[in-house]
Design a binder for this molecule. Structure first.
Ligand code: AMP
Length: 377
């Protein structure tokens, strides 16, 4: 704890979306200053930061100027180039370390590294040519999922290979780039473990969070959940933190199969959408936890006050005009979070609603009813 960064210090955030915004809010609440490095102006994070450095991620001169202005750098977006994080690391501590960023941004490296550490990942093959794809499909079978190795999120850069799918067209669809082929997992449910690890190696977690996706995008998260696989998933998450020597908040997303085994789908070395419910549901939320971890402070309690459900608000809700906020907020136990994004596009994450109630069932129905009420006139 010798090198704690104390309130009054300056947190540097690479990336400027909603995750940086909620981290910045936690940081400002605790009396820190926030500098954000962003490719555009007046971003969700920039709106609440003390200073927004606007520049390209490859403008390393500007990146160094940003790094020199802060006490620690973290990132809220895993497609920040590794070279950008490394340039910062020459000047100031970067947490989680740039290697973790590199691992998380390439599905081949991610799966290979985790599998080598004995952690269970979805069966996969690296793909660098159509020939690799043909051989991999022969081995893993159909259905399977082809995912570009880099820059994929929320189902982007993915194509499902069915019995009739032509492999050359499928590979062309993701741009003939480096990829992985994954066996299709007939999962029973999807869960995540959001955790944090301090500079002294202390590990905390929020237990298992259950997630429902619609069109590959997270739609609803539910916690706390106790499942037969909870302990297993938590221990795997701990293994990920230790393998990569992560300091900060990280999320491990899992598939749970019918026979109660868990497979890692992917990792996100930052606060995660499924952990947003910790803001209203927990003693210490995932963003404050990230802040405490990267500043070398003691981590906070992850206890839930009550059952909590989060639903995402996508741009689709704006299709017929501004949502009816008053109608949603009329439900007891509902909290509204909006990310300050100007343009509501279909599929764009604009905000979320959280419902805190006396049971998971009630929290779920309140969250869904509140979201439905947004489109009433
Ligand atoms: P990803 O971007 O890899 O997290 O994938 C987004 C969503 O697609 C996941 O949350 C799953 O719902 C689905 N998905 C991805 N990979 C697989 C797989 N190998 N088997 C079954 N469903 C998958």
């Amino acid at each position: 704890m010798g090198d704690m960064i104390l309130p009054g210090g300056t947190i540097g955030v690479l990336g400027s979306g909603q995750l940086g915004r909620m981290l910045a809010i936690a940081a400002r609440q605790m009396g820190y200053r926030v500098h954000v490095y962003s490719p555009s102006e007046a971003t969700p994070t920039g709106q609440v930061a003390d200073r927004e450095f606007v520049g390209g991620y490859t403008d390393l001169e500007k990146v160094r100027e940003f790094a020199a202005s802060v006490d620690v750098v973290t990132y809220e977006f895993e497609n920040v180039p590794e070279a950008t994080a490394t340039a910062c690391a020459e000047i100031v501590a970067v947490r989680p370390n740039p290697y973790t960023l590199q691992v998380a941004q390439n599905r081949i490296l991610e799966k290979t590294t985790l599998a080598a550490a004995g952690l269970p990942v979805t069966p996969f093959r690296p793909i660098r040519s159509l020939h690799d794809l043909e051989a991999a499909v022969a081995e893993l079978g159909r259905p399977s999922v082809l995912k570009s190795a880099e820059s994929g999120y929320d189902g982007k850069g993915q194509v499902k290979i069915y019995a009739e799918t032509d492999l050359a067209s499928a590979y062309a669809e993701i741009g003939n780039v480096e990829a992985v082929l994954e066996q299709f997992v007939a999962f029973e449910r999807e869960v995540s473990v959001v955790g944090a690890r301090g500079t002294d190696g202390t590990f905390v977690h929020y237990g298992v969070i259950e997630n429902e996706h619609v069109d590959h995008i997270l739609d609803m998260s539910i916690a706390p959940q106790t499942l037969p696989v909870s302990e297993q998933a938590i221990e795997i998450a701990r293994g990920v933190f230790e393998t990569l020597d992560v300091v900060g908040t990280l999320c491990v997303e899992f598939f749970v199969t019918e026979d109660n085994s868990v497979l890692i789908n992917e990792i996100a070395p930052r606060p995660h959408n499924s952990g947003h419910l910790t803001i209203d549901g927990c003693v210490t939320n995932q963003f404050e936890q990230q802040l405490r971890a990267i500043c070398g402070l003691p981590l906070g309690s992850t206890r839930f006050h009550a059952p909590t459900v989060m639903v995402n608000l996508l741009g689709d809700l704006w299709e017929n005009g501004e949502p009816n906020w008053g109608a949603a907020l009329a439900f007891a136990g509902v909290h509204l979070h909006l990310y300050g994004k100007g343009e509501a596009r279909i599929g764009r994450k604009m905000g979320h609603l959280t419902a805190v109630a006396n049971s998971i069932e009630n929290a779920k129905s309140i969250a869904l009813n509140a979201r439905n009420a947004l489109v009433t006139r």
